[in-house]
Design a protein around this ligand. Structure first.
Ligand code: DX5
Ligand code: ZN
Length: 217
């Protein structure tokens, strides 16, 4: 069954506690937390203080997706805030190998996020050091966008690389995941699905998570 990571970007921030409790009591596996700086992406979301507060109530791992410039400046702060998996964008990581080691040295799993235009072949020489690839299937910055179909080819290419090299990297798909396209995404080779709008804009988020979890069974 796929790993399901509801994206809190689409939650109702006026009742964040209730939305955290919903995820706690659902079949979801992780919380997906999107940090945006208004520089790498044209939007600003929330940062470590909100994450640290959420951590007091959440009972599932925090999958933190940094969409910020110079992410390495903040690894310690996000570790202290409660990140369990920390992903940096390849496009802003001139020394990606060093960043991955630094994230792991702080006790977190190390992730790499890749924009739709970034070829997965760029990950070949570090794949053994990557716990999670957060593959963007929309241009990062906003929830509720349309899934980019070319992502299927990228998932297949990355799955082949992981298999050929004997790595244990998880493939996570982030952006535009719906109940209609989730099965095809899993069939292409993804392990984990982020879902923001699909979960939080649905009439019954708990049931939507359950249905995403059943995908491909
Ligand atoms: C977009 C974020 C996503 C976003 C996904 O930049 O990285 O995690 O919250 O939202 P949906 O599932 O609505 O596309
Ligand atoms: Zn994300």
């Amino acid at each position: 069954m796929p790993i399901i990571a509801p994206s809190i970007l689409s939650a109702d921030f006026l009742k964040l506690g209730a939305d955290i409790e919903m995820v706690n009591n659902s079949e979801a596996d992780w919380f997906h937390l999107d940090v945006m700086d208004g520089r790498f992406v044209p939007n600003i979301s929330y940062g470590m203080s909100i994450i640290a507060q959420m951590k007091k109530q959440a009972r599932k791992p925090f999958d933190v997706h940094l969409m910020i410039l110079e992410p390495e400046k903040y690894f310690e702060a996000f570790a202290a805030a409660g990140a369990d998996i920390l992903s940096v964008h390849l496009e802003v990581s001139p020394h990606l190998h060093r960043s991955l080691q630094a994230i792991k040295a702080l006790g977190m799993k190390a992730g790499v996020a890749v924009d739709p235009h970034t070829p997965v072949s760029l990950l070949a020489d570090v794949i053994h050091d990557v716990d999670l690839v957060c593959m963007m299937s929309v241009n990062p910055g906003f929830g509720g966008q349309k899934f980019i179909e070319h992502t299927h080819q990228k998932i297949k290419a990355l799955r082949q690389m992981i298999t050929e090299r004997g790595a244990s990297t998880l493939i996570e798909i982030d952006g535009g995941v719906t109940l209609d396209n989730a099965a095809a995404i899993i069939a292409s080779g993804a392990d984990a699905l982020v879902a923001g709008n699909t979960v939080f804009a649905s009439p019954d988020p708990t049931d939507t998570i359950k249905r995403l979890k059943q995908v491909g069974k």
